[in-house]
Design a protein around this ligand. Structure first.
Ligand code: PLP
Length: 431
């Protein structure tokens, strides 16, 4: 189904690399990304927007911050949308010019604003009026002028999961679109600030572009109002949010249709259009490779217990997300099963009662569409290792993030010397 993870001679590959080879050499669980898949999506997104004129494309780093992935996208001419100082440092470390980086986020600290100013960040997306005043003062103090846009909340329901909806009035992001003009007027003249645009981002994993069209039309009205009030508007940031197929048969928006819609709605704007795609570029470029530990009998269906868990891939636990499960050596046989990881929480369940490729203990399998919001959300909960990442290109692969072992994690922890040594404690067990 996914051309970048083909079955060749009965074995799933990433491009030309057999997955069992990676499992043997790197171990499991492990994220595996296809360079070709990322490049193809990056090019398709750009090509779709061709009719829309001047654009700036900024990869939303939070979806996959791995340095090698960032380098692939930098080589495709993408800048970055960052939401923390750490992500900004990653963009720079991956070789992205600071000027090509956009800084979003509702809680940028003074330290992060200072770092961004000092390192020449390209654009601040302001999320509240006070942030604009603080940034202007900090820039003026440094003898700089900060390029900024005002993020507005258009009050549009993106029709996606509540936890990844960002454009409804009650959400924490942006300023109410009805107040944007007044806030713009109080910020636009400040020394230290060059406020010449507006931004929006209504949510993630949109499978219908209609809410985006409604949003963009509202942005167009706002641009007209701001210009009528005498302000220069040279850029509009239209955010990210275009979805990807997770379930077999799910149809994502076509990037050509998306681009055509953008071109139609923004035809008269005469601005640089900025985009912050994340998931659409990398979601289907990654799988999480895992090994079946046990097939455990269950009351209704058996549990396929795999060595990947909610700490490695949090989306099912966080958003009830669906990730397709497939055997690395499919035989054609099927089974109905629950799929779960080893973590001691019932939430550590990838699927219940699902029809899947039949697998047995020791078999390899993948959870698909794991390239976005996968490794980036991984934790070491249950003192599990931090999951490694591999990037494949043709018949080559490289480990682009090491597995970080529990011993390494707890080496950063300290027991203060005023805690009694265990030897002087009461006995754990009566003799
Ligand atoms: C998360 C986020 C994005 C990327 O969203 P995708 O759905 O992955 O495209 C873009 N812009 C902002 C401000 C975000 O918070």
């Amino acid at each position: 189904m996914n051309p970048d993870f083909p079955i060749l001679d009965g074995v799933m590959h990433a491009e030309s690399v057999p997955l069992p080879r990676i499992a043997a050499e790197v171990g499991t669980p492990v994220y595996i990304y296809s360079t070709a898949a990322i490049e193809r999506q990056a090019q398709a997104f750009r090509a779709g927007l061709k009719p829309a004129g001047r654009t700036h494309l900024a990869f939303a780093i939070k979806s996959n911050p791995n340095l090698a992935v960032l380098r692939v996208l930098a080589n495709q001419g993408y800048g970055a949308d960052v939401v923390s100082g750490g992500e900004f440092l990653r963009a720079l470390a991956a070789g992205m010019p600071a000027q090509d980086v956009v800084f979003s986020g509702v809680g940028k600290t003074r330290a992060e604003l200072g770092l961004a100013l000092d390192r020449g960040l390209g654009q601040f997306n302001l999320e509240l009026e006070e942030e604009g005043h603080v940034l202007a003062a900090m820039a003026a103090e440094r003898g700089l002028v900060a390029q900024a846009v005002l993020r507005v909340n258009p009050n549009v329901d993106a029709g996606t999961h509540a936890k990844i909806s960002t454009g409804r009035a009650e959400n924490k992001f942006g300023v109410p679109i009805s107040e944007a003009g007044a806030i713009f007027s109080r910020l636009a003249g400040l020394p230290g600030l060059k406020l010449t645009g507006v931004a929006c981002h209504i949510g993630s994993q949109l499978l219908d572009i209609a809410p985006l069209e409604v949003t963009y039309a509202r942005m167009g009205q706002l641009v007209a109002e701001l210009r009528a009030a005498g302000y220069t508007i040279d850029r509009v940031d239209l955010g990210g949010g275009v979805g990807v197929p997770y379930r077999p048969g799910e149809v994502p928006p076509s990037l050509d249709e998306y681009g055509a819609m953008v071109a139609r709605v923004t035809r008269d704007w005469d601005v640089t259009l900025m985009f912050e795609p994340g998931r659409v570029l990398v979601g289907n470029a990654g799988v999480l490779l895992t090994e079946v530990i046990w097939v455990k009998p269950g009351v209704v269906n058996p549990y396929v217990i795999v060595d990947a868990a909610m700490n490695d891939l949090a989306r099912p636990a966080l958003y009830d997300a669906f990730h397709d499960f497939a055997a690395v050596r499919p035989t054609g046989a099927r089974m109905t099963a629950n799929i779960a990881g080893p973590v001691c929480e019932t939430g550590d369940t990838f699927a219940m009662g699902r029809d899947i490729d039949a697998v047995a203990s020791g078999d390899l399998a993948v959870l698909r569409t794991a390239g976005a919001y996968g490794a980036t959300m991984a934790s070491t909960y249950n003192s599990r290792a931090l999951v490694p990442e591999v990037l494949v290109s043709g018949d080559r692969y490289a480990v682009v993030a090491d597995r970080i072992l529990p011993e390494t994690i707890f080496a950063a922890e300290r027991v203060p010397d005023w805690l009694a040594p265990a030897a002087s404690a009461p006995k754990t067990r009566d003799a």
